[in-house]
Design a protein around this ligand. Structure first.
Ligand SMILES: [Mn+2]
Length: 478
């Protein structure tokens, strides 16, 4: 991924900014449709901060990716412009058919794969059309930020939110960021908007007393400590750390001692690459007062995700646009989300032997033991905690009710570079059993009729043996 692709992306962002800027006249009524996750909320907040400053009348709707019927419904709403964020690339044809045909303008800023059509009333930005990988090189937040900073440089202070979205979409790797994310972070550090440090990457490091921070830890889930208050207390006692101190105030030396004590405690996991990177590494901190919310950007992403997962995206959005009065409620949601996720991971740890091993993937059927909205994140956390091996992709199936099974899939960057694309495999397999799926090479989800789960396993086997492991296999057109 070279400089040329990033430059191409910047030029595409300039074009979208040129399309958007004349519409910020206060008369153009805009509807924003964004995704209900951290990236979608951060992206919508960046755009909203821009719109507020131009007095643009706008409405935001957070939703899982819209389907054709919902696009048709949207087109009946009376707006001059629709902005699709973190979704829409897969619905270009219906957006043309229903919205552009009615002479409303459309801006589409997304990082999911799709098929792209041109129209004079349409401007879009997508890394996939610039030779970049939407799964890792930039998220919707980074894409929106790239547009907005072209409109006015003062919006650069929102760079932290762009990074929050990328972290939320797990575009930060042990090697750091890539593509647009990498250059964006570098610039934000140079501009003094971000501080990049090192330390224990536990969520809550700037918010909670250290004992609580350990007890609630799901990223990583620390076997023997997570969920176990007594064990956390005695570990902290042996190190002579006060129970009430906050992790980020301990200083690097004490943080290192605590990390060593955790490594000593987890046995063989101490050499697990995923676990190590999740526990210790780079820390990103916002240094600008323009952002309300946690200073630590990984905490920020977790807070937004908690709001989305618990069905309160407007709360995360409110914090991200700068409403300080909502912060306490959003943080309370994050705590309750952590407690729920702790239970899910506890279940997963007790059921690790229930994973079935297939030649090119592993999967677990959880019935109704795991809430559908928590399955994908639980898999990610299982991988990051060293509990689920990364030698092949992993799928988690849960009963969603109404005869539907939801499948969440996770790959890794390493698998993706070998050409293993869980998004392509899952959407292909789901379509063959009367379902629908979408996603990236490293993360995807699908829904299928309950009675066809065994068939789906067969179709996945087929899909992976057709494409898996061979990056040179040309894409099939079906
Ligand atoms: Mn996204």
């Amino acid at each position: 991924m070279g400089r040329a692709e990033i430059r191409r992306f910047q030029r595409a962002a300039e074009e979208v900014a040129a399309f958007l800027k004349p519409k910020l006249d206060g008369n153009t009524r805009i509807k924003i449709i964004s995704h209900m996750d951290a990236d979608g909320m951060a992206a919508a907040a960046i755009l909203a901060r821009c719109f507020y400053s131009y007095n643009v009348p706008f409405v935001v709707r957070f939703t899982p990716p819209v389907g054709p019927d919902e696009v048709a419904e949207l087109s009946k709403e009376d707006y001059d412009m629709f902005v699709f964020i973190d979704q829409g690339s897969g619905q270009m044809d219906v957006i043309h058919k229903f919205i552009l045909a009615k002479h409303a303008d459309v801006v589409l800023i997304d990082h999911h794969p799709g098929s792209f059509l041109e129209h004079p009333n349409l401007a879009y930005l997508n890394p996939h059309t610039c030779g970049l990988n939407g799964g890792r090189d930039v998220s919707a937040s980074g894409a929106v930020y790239s547009v907005i900073e072209q409109i006015d440089l003062r919006f650069r202070s929102l760079a932290g939110l762009a990074v929050v979205g990328a972290i939320g979409d797990r575009q930060e790797f042990s090697s750091g960021f890539t593509g647009v994310n990498e250059s964006l972070v570098k610039r934000a550090v140079e501009l003094g908007l971000l501080y990049q440090g090192e330390g224990l990457r536990l969520i809550g490091r700037t918010l909670n007393p250290v004992v609580e921070c350990l007890r609630l830890s799901t990223r990583p889930y620390i076997v023997g400590l997570s969920g176990n208050l007594g064990a956390c207390r005695s570990l902290i006692d042996t190190l002579g750390i006060s129970h009430s101190s906050v992790l980020c105030d301990l200083g690097l030396e004490v943080e290192r001692r605590l990390a060593d004590a955790i490594f000593a405690r987890v046995g063989p996991l101490a050499t697990n690459e995923e676990f190590c990177h999740t526990l210790w590494g780079r820390i990103y901190t916002a240094t600008t007062d323009d952002l309300v919310g946690p200073r630590d950007l990984r905490e920020y992403a977790t807070m937004l995700d908690a709001c989305g997962n618990l069905g309160r995206p407007e709360m995360g959005f409110a914090v991200a646009v700068g409403d300080g009065t909502t912060q306490a409620d959003a943080l309370a949601l994050m705590s309750s989300y952590h407690e729920q996720m702790l239970k899910v991971l506890d279940w997963l740890v007790k059921n690790l032997t229930s994973f079935r091993l297939e030649p090119n993937f592993r999967y677990i059927y959880c019935g109704d033991a795991v809430a559908p909205r928590m399955m994908g994140e639980a898999l990610s956390l299982g991988i990051e905690s060293g509990l689920i091996p990364t030698d092949r992709p992993v799928f988690g199936m849960v009963d969603e009710g109404n005869g539907i099974i939801k499948i969440s899939a996770r790959g890794t960057l390493g698998l993706a570079t070998q050409g293993i694309d869980v998004g392509r495999a899952l959407s292909k397999a789901a379509a063959k059993v009367g379902g629908r799926g979408s996603g990236h090479d490293v993360a995807a989800a699908a829904r299928i009729p309950q009675e066809r789960m065994n068939e789906l396993i067969d179709k996945l086997l087929q899909a992976f043996s057709e494409t898996g492991g061979n990056p040179d296999t040309p894409e099939e057109h079906s």
